[in-house]
Write a protein of this length. Sequence first.
Length: 666
Amino acid sequence: MARLMQRTALALWAIASTVLAAPPPAELFYKDAELVDVVLSPSGRKLAFTTSKGVDRVALVVMDLDQGGKISAVARFSDGDIHNARWVDDERLVYGVVDTFDGSARYSGAPGLFAVNADGSKFRQLVRRQWKPVVSDGSSDDRLLEWNHRVITVPRLVTGGKNDEVLVAEFSTGDDGTETPKWLNTRTGLTRYVDFVEPVGTVGWLADSRGELRVAFTRQQGRRAALWRAPGSKTWTKLFESDLLSVPFSVEAVDDAGGLYVSETTGTAGQATLKRYDFERHQPLEKALVATPGFDFEGHLITDETSGRVLGVRLLVDAMTTAWFDPAMKEFQGRVDRLFPGQANLVTCRRCGTPDMVALVRSFSDRDPGRFYLYQAKPKAGEKSWLNVGAVREGVKPDDMAIVELQRIPARDGLELPVWVTRSPKATGALPAVVLVHGGPWVRGSTWQWDGEAQFLASRGYVVIEPEMRGSTGYGDAHFRAGFKQWGQAMQDDVADALRWAQKQGIASDKACIAGASYGGYSTLMGLVKDPGLYRCGVAWLAVTDLDLYAAGSWWVSDDISSTGRRYTIPETVGDPVKDAAMLAANSPVLQAARIKAPVLLAFAENDRRVPLAHGERMRKALRAAGNEPVWATYAGEGHGFGNIKNRVDFAQRMEAFLAKHLGPN
């Protein structure tokens, strides 16, 4: 009997310990990844890593397989994170530097440009960073380009080839955003211009893999167009011209043989499919090259780095995947998928599909941020065919993470509504819910992959409901356009319908809060206005609160919304500040604050130019006047998104405490 009681006590202790075990710290979900990206050199014998492991800011390191896998620190900055590293040839890289801690500079589009050899030698700054000093080490001179330059492409190489140049564009700092292309030598800093006349009003370019510019995108007086330049030609032919929101098709890619790939919407849902363009008929071919039922086509071509031949298409459906046209690569993808089952496995390769192929695989899932693996079909003596390069986030244990599922439900008016649900696989029954509304709103909110914010909330015992409300992209043109002039109206109904569906399914309990940033913060506040009985609280950060300020702008509040946007697109997608003034007022949180009775947490960034701090201050004042003092936080130096890890963690902890207080223990 004593032994039975002892075993029972031990079992109860084990259960209690499991229940009371602390969830992972917020930092695990919000810090930078240890392996941000890995890029194969043209030969496949070197790998460039951008990594935060062991450093305060994301650095660049190189692994050299010809030196036994030796890892060399190549570049690191005290005031910025290295991103978008690319190989110019097998000895030289280019990259930008973004100060994610600096809200005023983070989204300026001016990361500068730097070049360095794979062993860390021959460093050179090529383009200035906006608002940042020149790196002083004797490498820069009067050839240094101003900050308003961006890389268009790095041309492909034949195996063993050498290259010095990248193709860049100098963009206008005015509202027109026009771009002038030029070649930039990464070793000398010298430039040379392209040998053709640029179309007037060009705001973007598309090049083939050799760096030959094939498509020019123009924008003038509320009209947009795409123009084509055939191989060997110096003249431009118009592909289409339209208003800013109604293009007949979207130009996606070109190949080296003179082929053009476009996406065109079809069917009642208007979902985009990838097609080849017929130059004789001056329109896309009828037959789709790639169709992704239930989703718009979103992806890019994969080409052979030696021949330029199209091998396949990397595309996004619920998760990232690959449609290979090349039989050898299709067979290799099958082998990889069998080796890493239940994962999304993305393959990039050198000498793709040949007997001496080298391939880099990123394998990940909804619960696993992923790992990088290197495959060599013909490894050298002492090397293995497969090398485990490393984990994206070393501290994340996939077995402790939540599962992510995409559901499609009917909205109240019958529109199909995609909804992402994140919850612990160990949870049973209905859980308190956090309805997490994405920003934009004209973007796709989520994909099937590990997401720190949703995983953080799920780790605290909540089911996370993320609706792709009308107005979101990626699910067809009809879904996108159904959101026009529906802020606070049908778009808001979609958010409520997603929660009510989850409650009817027994996924979510009647305890729920709503949360989101930017447009998601707006939706949070309007959810508390429209559906006061549905939500116990709201967490809104970086939130649009004043629709008149957003749509019309103000002499007294500076933001980064262009005059083109306010003149041509916002009146159609959100509302005209004059013609739709009554509608905007009825759906402006700052004017409807008296209807909000639930507790509110407001957080804003002091250097935000997309949604200036004035939005937060006006909302705080309106809630206070209504007798509903919000919990308030601001972050100095931050822009439209919290870049400083300490601020990310601080806000997460504030949100955690606020939700726990109003949703109760989980």
